[in-house]
Design a protein around this ligand. Structure first.
Ligand SMILES: Cc1ncc(C[n+]2csc(CCOP(=O)(O)OP(=O)(O)O)c2C)c(N)n1
Length: 387
């Protein structure tokens, strides 16, 4: 539903400073590192990472699956079967390529637009949909908002809902690993909006001093709900905030999975050598902020169109075609497979039991406080009266 907005032109994401009004066409001048252009051709800036055919195809297939999940999640939310949805259309390259650049035993502190990280770590599709449907038998027992996912078994820590609050957690966990002398590295994703929170600055300051093996990826998707990147900071880039804390930093094209992979891989290696990194991945949220948002009220359709031409799926597909690894038939088969797998996961997950309402009090304290005991008893009493 498009509502009315006040008069005047809507702001562009970035406004020439951090983010930019699709600066990807002029990436070199903007200091944004790239491997491929919009047509999937090598730009000659960053070298092509040394990835074999199967790995490149796996990367692309995961990006398509994650896009298909977003499309389905949206439909399920709009038809009332999933209560809430946080879209990730256009943001596939950042988290998928970065996760692939890290080792299986590294820890990832996830945001809410990153389902591919769990899938790459081996989570079944049905586990994701069980989370979206709030079902009992998923790792968080159906008690978190859809897409706020994680899984301890896969070394993936779910986000805490307060923007930016988990950045120091990633930093502290990395510091712990360093003290213990183990080789694990830590990766965390957060948005441009999170850089305005104190926790971002505390974490960066800590990282500059104690040099834990951590890589911070700021997914600059142009907007923090209605706030454009240009109003988020007066700095020229989000990456340069690392300079204040002596943290190595760089900007990459977040819609170029090869550039993200190359940057994340190098950062992972350096993380073990007392050099944490802040990577600003310049990308764009093509969808709504959440299912409760209406971006027509605050951004121009031309801006979305301009970024859509840099869609990471299209670029990666073209790159694979140029290498002779991909064609129309594989593309059609892949989408058919994704649809079929999602259909099966939806059917299975929706049939799973819902959590017992009283279970919302579980796992809060080892010994429940008297206040929670009282609340639980009141809830059970109400439920009994209503049944
Ligand atoms: C401390 C805090 N303030 C406000 C919110 C409401 N909120 C949820 S997401 C969001 C925007 C976050 O923007 P960004 O960090 O750029 O990430 P994006 O959603 O764009 O991926 C806000 C303000 C919140 N969850 N936590």
């Amino acid at each position: 539903m498009a509502g009315k907005r006040k008069s005047g032109k809507k702001p562009a994401a970035g406004g020439g400073r951090a983010g930019g009004y699709c600066p990807l066409g002029d990436a070199v001048r903007a200091g944004i590192r790239q491997v491929i252009d919009a047509q999937g051709r090598l730009t000659g800036d960053l070298p092509e990472p040394d990835l074999d055919r199967d790995t490149l195809i796996r990367l692309y297939e995961m990006m398509v699956l994650v896009r298909a999940i977003d499309e389905r999640g949206w439909v399920l939310q709009r038809s009332g079967r999933v209560e809430f949805w946080i879209p990730h259309k256009g943001l596939e390259a950042v988290h998928i390529a970065a996760t692939m650049a890290f080792a299986r035993n590294d820890w990832i502190f996830l945001g809410y637009r990153h389902p591919g990280a769990l899938l790459l770590r081996g989570a079944a599709l049905v586990q994701l949909f069980a989370q979206f449907f709030g079902r009992r038998d998923e790792p968080f027992k159906g008690r978190r908002l859809p897409t706020l996912m994680g899984d301890r078994r896969l070394n993936v820590v779910p986000m805490t809902t307060q923007v930016g609050s988990y950045i120091p957690h990633a930093c502290g966990a990395a510091w712990g690993a360093k003290i213990k002398g183990d080789d694990t590295r830590f990766l965390t994703f957060f948005g441009d909006g999170a850089t305005s929170r104190g926790e971002f600055h505390s974490a960066l300051n800590f990282a500059g001093i104690f040099k834990p093996p951590v890589v911070f990826i700021c997914e600059n998707n142009g907007w923090a709900v209605t706030t454009p990147a240009s109003a988020q900071t007066a700095s020229r880039t989000f990456a340069q905030k690392g300079d204040a804390y002596a943290v190595r930093n760089l900007r990459v094209d977040g819609n170029d999975p090869l550039a993200v992979y190359a940057a994340a891989r190098e950062a992972r290696d350096l993380a073990a050598k007392e050099a944490p990194s802040l990577i600003e991945a310049v990308t764009y949220r093509l969808g709504f902020h959440t299912s409760s948002d209406n971006p027509d009220l605050y951004r121009e359709p031309e801006e979305v169109e301009e970024w859509a031409a840099w869609d990471p799926l299209i670029r990666t597909c073209k790159y694979l075609e140029r290498k002779g690894y991909w064609g129309k038939r594989q593309e059609a088969d892949l989408w058919t497979r994704c649809t079929r797998d999602i259909d099966a996961a939806v059917e299975q997950a929706e049939a799973m039991p819902l959590p017992d309402p009283a279970s919302m009090f579980d796992d809060t304290f080892e010994q429940m406080t008297w206040m929670l005991e009282e609340q639980k008893a009141a809830l059970l009493g109400d439920l009994e009266r209503c049944s």
